[in-house]
Design a protein. Structure first.
Length: 218
């Protein structure tokens, strides 16, 4: 968390790096405010407001048994650079995966390593997991989860495909919602980065910079 300043109403504004920190600050805000005023009486703070960094949400999916970790790392790094170039280093990227496969764990590890390596230079990068709730929805859990993910409005979908494999099923929902989908696969020694045409977006859906007008920071 980072203090941003005090407004004319003597409210302290604080920048939170993640939704979890914002929730925590909202829960403990009143006692924190009281303690600050006790320690620094001249502060006379009247309130505490939590803010979030603007966020770019990227859905990251793969076909079964996709195992090209180097391609994943290269594409994620490229995507982060695109966000910084298009929107500035204050924007954070949230990478959302859908399971607990080796692919999903690699995305999470990469996000943590990248955040550590770029600390103080750019906004933190977050890996997020959205698992289906089989206890609540039974056999339809995956379908319910996928529709919920699309309803969150990802600004981009990265779909990693093994050679010869079709796109993951959730990409159909993404294209139907106008979310740019980028198909990524390696054919031989060179990776093929194939944009997928959508029904809602003119032209081809490539990197984040290509779809800048579509993106609304969250």
């Amino acid at each position: 968390m980072e203090p941003l300043g005090v407004d004319a109403q003597m409210r302290l504004h604080v920048l939170c790096e993640s939704p979890a920190w914002r929730t925590q600050l909202q829960l403990i805000g009143k006692p924190v405010l009281t303690r600050i005023n006790e320690i620094v009486p001249e502060a006379r703070l009247t309130g505490l407001l939590a803010h979030m960094r603007p966020r770019i949400l990227v859905l990251v999916v793969a076909t079964d048994n996709f195992a090209d970790e180097q391609l994943v790392s290269d594409v994620l790094l490229e995507t982060c650079y695109d966000v910084i170039e298009a929107f500035g280093p204050e924007h954070q990227v949230a990478l959302k995966v859908l399971g607990e496969s080796a692919f999903d764990h690699h995305v999470g590890r990469w996000a943590a390593a990248h955040t550590s390596a770029t600390a103080g230079v750019s906004a933190p990068l977050y890996g997020m997991v959205h698992l289906p709730d089989h206890a609540e929805h039974g056999e339809g859990a995956t379908w319910v989860r996928d529709r919920s993910v699309i309803a969150e409005g990802p600004q981009l979908c990265l779909a990693f495909c093994a050679p010869g494999a079709p796109l993951p099923a959730i990409t159909q929902l993404a294209t139907g919602a106008g979310i740019p989908v980028r198909r990524l696969r390696r054919e031989g020694p060179v990776a093929e980065l194939s944009p997928v045409r959508t029904t809602e977006t003119a032209g081809e859906a490539g990197t984040v910079a290509d779809v800048r007008q579509r993106i609304a920071p969250r």
